[in-house]
Write a protein that binds this ligand. Structure first.
Ligand SMILES: [Zn+2]
Length: 219
């Protein structure tokens, strides 16, 4: 059987990471698969794994990130290609990739004829800002929660603003400038398998609607 690719997209703070996680945890039960049949891949994961492997490329990437520079699209494409070739899972979820038009072009080439689904979590910017401004992370255990608590609900650790969240306005600006046109390109590449879900809806509800509806044809 061919590998199926599910691309989850959305603005920063749209909850796409959480959505991808719900998808990953729900698919096995619905399609009668084991948890190893499905993998979730983000650019950060690919980079961290390669550095950890201590390969020649891993060392190169380590030097790039330690110098505070961005890993090039070319390197990310090579890592993704390798992952798709050797990862035995039947379904791969891409979380947060592609972000630029160049990455879309790389991805289309890497994927070739594999079946692809694009799921966009559409969250209005006001809701993103409201969510992100109210989001805190425990400095001790890393649990994500809201600013409504005085300290961490699991370990009473100190709650802090995530580094990424502190610069949300800037990230939204970059998203509008670079990622929105890239996603338009992505939708043009796979016009019949793009689904837009409402970011205001509970993630698990959207996941179930998709898996029982348009995505039920995967198996
Ligand atoms: Zn904690």
């Amino acid at each position: 059987m061919d590998k199926t690719i599910i691309i989850v997209t959305g603005a920063p703070g749209s909850g796409k990471g959480y959505f991808a996680e719900r998808l990953m945890n729900t698919i096995p039960g619905i399609f009668n698969l084991s948890q190893t049949d499905i993998t979730s891949v983000s650019t950060g994961d690919l980079i961290r794994r390669e550095i950890k492997s201590e390969s020649a490329l891993g060392h190169k990437i380590k030097n790039i990130t330690e110098a505070g520079e961005l890993v090039s699209d070319e390197i990310i494409a090579a890592l993704l290609k390798e992952n798709l070739a050797y990862n035995p899972s039947k379904i791969t979820i891409l979380d947060g990739y592609p972000r630029t038009s160049g990455q879309v072009r790389d991805l289309v080439q890497i994927i070739g004829n594999l079946p692809v689904y694009v799921i966009h979590r559409d969250t209005p910017p006001e809701l993103v800002l409201k969510r992100v401004k109210n989001r805190r992370v425990c400095a001790k255990c890393g649990k994500v929660q809201t600013a409504d608590h005085a300290d961490c609900i699991s370990c009473h650790g100190k709650l802090v603003v995530r580094k990424d969240d502190a610069v949300i306005e800037k990230r939204l600006e970059l998203y509008t400038k670079e990622t929105v046109p890239a996603l338009e390109l992505l939708r043009m590449a796979y016009p019949h398998r793009c689904f837009i879900i409402n970011g205001a809806e509970e993630a698990q509800d959207s996941v179930l609607h998709l898996l029982n509806g348009p995505l039920s044809e995967i198996f």
